[in-house]
Ligand binder design. Structure first.
Ligand code: FES
Ligand SMILES: [Fe+2]
Length: 364
């Protein structure tokens, strides 16, 4: 039985026990206990014309969802499964004024309401509310859209106190320029917890370490999110984008100009990473496949082309390969009969501790 009691005092706490990563049963449980309760990125507003079907976390949650952009520019999200016998309704992005199931002709409005059904005369208690399409919770942040099957808390709570610290509107003009998917031979949570500390930068990322000032690296934790800030080494290029600096304790504490921020790394539990760089945003979506396999999607949104190959966000592919190598090594290590858990650095692993506490909270 895995230990899901992570002491709130980081100096006393032990890390999550290794069974969480190795046992198929916890992997399965994490679907309903963690992932259905969380918010998933479903795209950006500008890529949705009218009706867009998608699957929430393919090969894991596999939940068919339909995003609908209304005439007034607002977005709704519904289950994309017909309430008759369960066919997936909309298979391709489409422009339409109503939805008709391709199996037996049931129709729905774009507000998800049941409209009509052939050959159903005399059916009792029909139609009822359960013939409408179930609405799926959705939210937006800047240009980004999110959905949740059964959210543990509103999206705003998942963002926590990070919102005033990042001026997302400053990135509204950014364009998606590339999509890339990495396959990592490791548990999804091992990938995330590596991301959540800069402790390994001097050991694992030698070139990044020359750009980032390790001494001033900080982590702030919120209810369901955390924010890491890396300042630049003198001479290295900073973000130059407007973070709300007067509320930025990092800049104040370090006596630094907010323009000296090399990168900001926002993590939204359990699997979303928004990385802010001089040139724009790199988004990583961590997609569990099996206890030992994870896919990580990298989406690159550029707002300033001239800075793309500069600073902490210059060589993300190299940094990713360095991270994968170390995380895959941990995947092998945690299977050892001699390893069950460790302890945390109180100064460098607050983000990982916070992440483990959330896993424990959701898994209980
Ligand atoms: S499954 Fe949709 S109408 Fe039968
Ligand atoms: Fe790393």
């Amino acid at each position: 039985m895995a230990n899901f009691d992570i002491d709130p005092d980081i100096r006393k706490a032990k890390t999550l026990s290794s069974e969480f990563y190795t046992d198929q049963q916890y992997f399965e449980l994490s679907k309903e206990r963690i992932f259905t309760k969380s918010w998933q990125l479903i795209g950006t507003k500008d890529e949705i014309d009218n009706l867009k079907p998608l699957t929430l976390l393919e090969n894991f949650l596999d939940e068919p969802v339909l995003i609908i952009k209304n005439n007034n520019g607002s977005f709704n999200c519904f289950s994309n499964v017909c309430t008759h016998r369960g066919k997936v309704l909309v298979e391709e992005p489409a422009a339409a004024s109503l939805i008709r199931c391709g199996y037996h002709g049931r129709r729905f409005s774009l507000a998800g309401k049941f409209l009509s059904m052939p050959e159903f005369d005399g059916v009792e208690n029909f139609p009822s509310d359960s013939d409408n399409l179930p609405r799926i919770a959705s939210a937006s942040w800047g240009n980004f859209l999110f959905a949740s099957v059964d959210p543990a808390a509103p999206f705003e709570d998942f963002m926590g106190g990070t919102n005033p610290l990042i001026d997302i509107a400053a990135f509204s003009g950014s364009k998606l320029v590339s999509k890339h998917e990495y396959e990592v031979n490791a548990h999804w949570a091992l990938y995330c917890e590596n991301y959540l500390e800069g402790f390994h930068i001097p050991f694992v990322h030698h070139s990044l370490n020359e750009i980032v000032d390790y001494g001033s690296y900080t982590t702030e934790t919120f209810r369901y999110s955390s924010l890491q800030t890396a300042l630049s080494e003198p001479g290295a290029i900073a973000t130059g984008l407007d973070f709300v600096d007067e509320k930025n304790p990092v800049a104040v504490a370090a006596g630094s100009d907010p323009d000296m921020i090399a990168g900001r790394y926002l993590f939204i539990f359990p699997n979303l990473m928004f990385n802010f760089y001089p040139w724009g945003i790199s988004v990583n979506i961590v997609k569990p496949i099996s206890p030992g396999k994870t896919k990580v999607e990298f989406l690159k949104y550029v707002s300033d082309e001239s800075k793309v190959e500069t600073g902490a966000g210059a060589d993300l592919h190299r940094v990713e390969l360095e991270d994968e190598k170390v995380v895959e090594s941990v995947q092998k290590g945690i299977r050892s009969r001699f390893y069950s858990h460790g302890k945390y650095s109180p100064t460098r692993e607050q983000g990982t501790h916070h992440f483990h506490r959330l896993i424990a909270e959701f898994m209980k």
